[in-house]
Design a protein around this ligand. Sequence first.
Ligand code: CP
Length: 330
Amino acid sequence: MQQFERADVEEIFEVADRMRPFTGRERITRVLEGAILSNMFFEPSTRTRVSFGSAFNLLGGNVRETTGIESSSIVKGESMHDFARVLSGYSDVIVIRHPESGSADEFASASQVPVINGGDGANEHPSQALLDLYTIRKELESQDKSVDDFRIALIGDLANGRAVHSLLKLLTLFKRVTVQLASPEGLDAPPDLIEQLRVTGASVSEFHDLREGIQHVDILYVTRVQEERFPTQDEANYYRGLFRLNQEIYSQYCESNTVIMHPLPRDSRAQSQELDEDLDSNPNLAIFRQTQNGVLIRMALFALIFDVVNDVERYAKPLRWRTPRNRQSS
Ligand code: CP
């Protein structure tokens, strides 16, 4: 995330806005015709994998996918260096998700084409943070508020949540942000990330009580217990279900227009339910607007990487087909 300055983020958001006619199926473009994305996902994924693929397809490019480490030659002992050298000979851009922290960086240092980190262990998930902040901006703007003066509570497993780590780094680029960190004891946000925020002028406070941590904020950002990062299942089970946000708690402790976000997947199993489905009819629940914004942000990243931002529109065509979705919007 630290590769980005504020101006870069603003540019990505501006390009993302311009991609809306394409995600809305009002227009099509083939501007990346002939280009190949290798989507390498060595951990489970729905949103990141499919939205990166859809974004590339919507720009006219082709997508090659590998899912599961067992179907790659990494299991035969191939090094990250060799893997990256080979893959970059077959591709024009690569997205990689891998269980080890630092793996995307290691891969990128050997790759001969651009690499996007789709999540490296518990470390970072930068494209998620970009789409989260884009969503925060859109939601705040709809309430006449600004990203330079807003209040956010991050809730849940702040120790292991890579989306949280990237978002905290991204927030250092914005002014006068109030950050409330609410986690069960033992799942606290990394101290170095808290320090980085404080150095840049953010007001940061920590809570070990859900009800205290969610008060007086514009945005609630809920996360699940990242059970795949714990040494044992018993340890993960200890934390599951400790922090649960539902409509009753929201009504009692939150402001009436507080926006609810979650990077998803939410854990809807009975013993977890960090974000109860009884919130699904709450108009402030932004989780599916968030996932839609993921395609816009990922299209913007590709358009900028391939330097085709203006060509996307210049070579756009009207769509010839109709489905119930674009029939409604046209
Ligand atoms: N938010 C997110 O990274 O979801 P996936 O794991 O489904 O890609």
